[in-house]
Design a protein around this ligand. Structure first.
Ligand SMILES: [Zn+2]
Length: 289
């Protein structure tokens, strides 16, 4: 189940006729979401086929692209069935509607696909009106733009945010936000502000959140985080000083931990494998960054 591959095929989004007929095809794949939750079964993403009632029940439909799984390539849509109070009973669906953030052990390709689907529906839900003239907007281009009667066109937004692992020799600084599950610590994170480079954001967030000046920034990797529309960009940085001071509004506790402590955590735990933080902390613990 890990061999999934999505071709977004952006140039085909304007082919309305073909995509509308794909909605009626029995071999088309559908991801189903309900009130911000995704349909999963046995800890795997659920893919429904056989459109009919599903498509009729959808209040929003977005074509995600062409999904290859188990050797076959099919059109893949996400359907929002939030208008139903009891979607499982009404549509005869198996499985559970779950919060994607809590599905930490999903294979990366599945998490990425569900994150894309979740982000697109969140964008539609949050942009029913034109930000320029206030008129109601409607979707176009297979759900990838929205346009108002005046012709103002709107595109899905992605908000960049940095994740910062501050290191000092063999140790790194982990911290917890008040909203984290009990006992969970992670790297620092913060949103990019208008006019900032990523490097500016890394320096500013480290100073604001823990009062530390950092240098020698190294880019790690990025991850889509559609809650509702973030892109996390991971950095590892060096720091000369040990004494930190917490921004009480953002963080409730921080601690320096060694590579050995990260490999065998005692009294704390770190985010699940679906998160960028997990891989960033893991790479540091193994001495890879
Ligand atoms: Zn408008």
């Amino acid at each position: 189940m890990t061999d999934w591959e999505l071709d977004r095929a952006g140039l085909e989004r304007s082919d309305t006729e073909r995509l509308e007929s794909a909605l009626d095809q029995p071999e088309t794949d559908f991801i189903v979401q309900w009130r911000g939750r995704v349909l999963v079964s046995d800890s795997q993403a659920s893919i429904e086929t056989g459109s009919g009632a599903l498509v009729d029940a959808a209040s929003e439909i977005v074509w995600l692209g062409k999904l290859t799984r188990a050797g076959a390539t099919r059109d893949c849509f996400v359907l929002d069935v939030s208008a139903l109070d009891e979607p499982k009973q009404a549509l005869g669906l198996q499985g559970t509607f779950a919060d994607l953030r809590l599905l930490g052990d999903l294979p990366t390709a599945q998490f990425g696909l569900l994150a894309y689907a979740r982000g697109m529906l969140a964008w539609h839900e949050n942009h029913p009106f034109c930000a320029r003239c206030g008129a109601r907007t409607r979707p176009k281009k297979a759900g990838h733009t929205r346009v108002c009667p005046e012709g103002h066109e709107h595109f899905p937004r992605t908000d960049p945010a940095v994740m910062i692992l501050i290191t000092r020799g063999d140790r790194c600084l982990i911290a917890r936000q008040p909203g984290f599950p009990q006992g969970m610590f992670s790297a620092l994170a913060g949103f990019v502000e208008p006019g900032e480079s990523l490097e500016d954001t890394v320096r500013r967030e480290a100073l604001e959140e823990v009062g530390l000046a950092v240098h020698n920034q190294r880019y790690f990797r990025s991850q889509a985080w559609p809650f509702p529309a973030s892109l996390m960009l991971g950095f590892v940085v060096d720091c000369e000083h040990e004494a930190y001071s917490l921004d009480d509004d953002e963080l409730e506790e921080a601690r320096w931990v060694s590579r050995a402590e990260l490999l065998a955590p005692a009294g704390f735990f770190t985010p699940p494998p679906s998160s960028l933080a997990h891989h960033l902390l893991g790479a540091f613990a193994r001495g890879d960054v």
